[in-house]
Design a protein around this ligand. Structure first.
Ligand SMILES: [Zn+2]
Length: 270
C-alpha cells in the first residue's frame, strides 16, 4: 500500500469509528437485549409447575375441579371436531388449584389482585433454600432462621428483590393425593418468612406444599399477603435448580380483580 493510500485508508477507519460512536447508544441497547436472548436461549429450563387435573390434590375446603366438554348453551350438545371443527373444555374450579399464585388480595381486604402485580415481579433471581437436609431427622421440619443463616454461610446473603423458594421434596408425592395432603408436613417457619421479607427485602416466596406453614392460623401466609407480597404454592422440581444463580419466570392469566389462579413457573438455569 502506498503512503497516500494508507492515509486515506486510516481516514476511512476513523470516519467509521466516529459513525459507530454517534449511533452507538441505540444499537447497543438493541444488541444487549438480543445478546441476553441468545444467552437465555442457550440455557436449560426447568418447569416448576405441576400439571393439574380433576384428581390432583387440593385443600378439602375447596374441593376437586370438574372438567367437562364445552357445550352449546342452547342445544347442550358438546362441541366436537367431527361435528363443529373444534372442541373446548369447561373448567369449574377454585382459583387456588394446582401450582398457583396467591396475590395479596387473597388474604388482605385492600391488597392488590393478581392482575395488578407488576410485570417486573414476574421475572426475578431465584434462590432455593434446602429443607430436605433437615428432614431425615424431622420429616416435618419447619425451616428456621438458623437454617437460613447456615445456608447464607455456604451460599452468601439472600439478595434483595429475589424470589425465594423452599425445597422440601413434598412435590414427589403429588401423584399420591392422600400422602401429598398429609399433616403435618415440611414448610416455612413464620420467623423465617418475616426474616426474608424484612431483613433481606425479597420480593416473593414459594414452596411445595398447599400451605405456607403448618399452623391452622396460617400465620406465614397472612403475613406475606398482608404485607403486599405474592406467593407461589405447590411448586415442583426445586431439586433440579441450584441454590443460587437461576432466574424464575412466573406468569398467570390476567383475571380482572382475580384472587388467585393456576400459575406457570419455570427456572432458567445459570
Ligand atoms: Zn394458596
Amino acid at each position: 500500500m502506498s503512503r497516500a493510500r494508507m492515509v486515506r485508508f486510516s481516514n476511512i477507519i476513523i470516519a467509521a469509528a466516529c459513525a459507530a460512536t454517534l449511533i452507538g447508544a441505540p444499537v447497543r441497547a438493541q444488541s444487549d437485549l438480543a445478546r441476553a436472548y441468545r444467552v437465555i436461549a442457550s440455557k436449560q429450563l426447568v418447569d416448576l409447575t405441576h400439571s393439574f387435573s380433576p384428581t390432583t390434590p387440593v385443600w378439602a375446603g375447596f374441593g376437586q375441579a370438574k372438567f367437562s366438554p364445552a357445550a352449546d348453551p342452547e342445544t347442550k350438545q358438546p362441541y366436537t371436531i367431527p361435528k363443529d371443527g373444534f372442541r373446548a373444555t369447561y373448567y369449574e374450579m377454585v382459583g387456588q388449584y394446582g401450582t398457583h399464585v396467591d396475590p395479596p388480595a387473597h388474604f388482605a381486604e385492600n391488597g392488590i389482585t393478581m392482575d395488578l402485580i407488576p410485570l417486573k415481579q414476574m421475572i426475578l433471581p431465584l434462590i432455593v433454600l434446602d429443607n430436605t437436609r433437615y428432614q431425615t431427622k424431622d420429616p416435618n421440619h419447619a425451616f428456621t432462621v438458623d437454617d437460613l443463616r447456615a445456608w447464607e454461610r455456604q451460599h452468601g446473603r439472600v439478595p434483595k428483590g429475589s424470589f425465594v423458594a423452599l425445597r422440601t421434596d413434598l412435590s414427589k408425592d403429588w401423584d399420591n393425593p392422600e400422602r401429598f395432603k398429609r399433616a403435618p408436613f415440611p414448610a416455612w417457619a413464620l420467623e423465617t418468612i418475616k426474616f426474608v421479607y424484612e431483613q433481606r427485602g425479597v420480593t416473593a416466596t414459594g414452596h411445595e406444599s398447599l400451605d405456607t406453614d403448618t399452623t391452622d392460623k396460617m400465620d406465614s401466609e397472612t403475613y406475606i399477603l398482608r404485607s403486599g407480597h405474592y406467593q407461589i404454592e405447590v411448586m415442583t422440581n426445586l431439586d433440579k435448580v441450584p441454590a443460587t444463580g437461576a432466574l424464575i419466570v412466573v406468569t398467570w392469566p390476567k383475571v380482572k380483580d382475580g384472587l388467585g389462579f393456576p400459575a406457570r413457573a419455570f427456572a432458567i438455569l445459570p
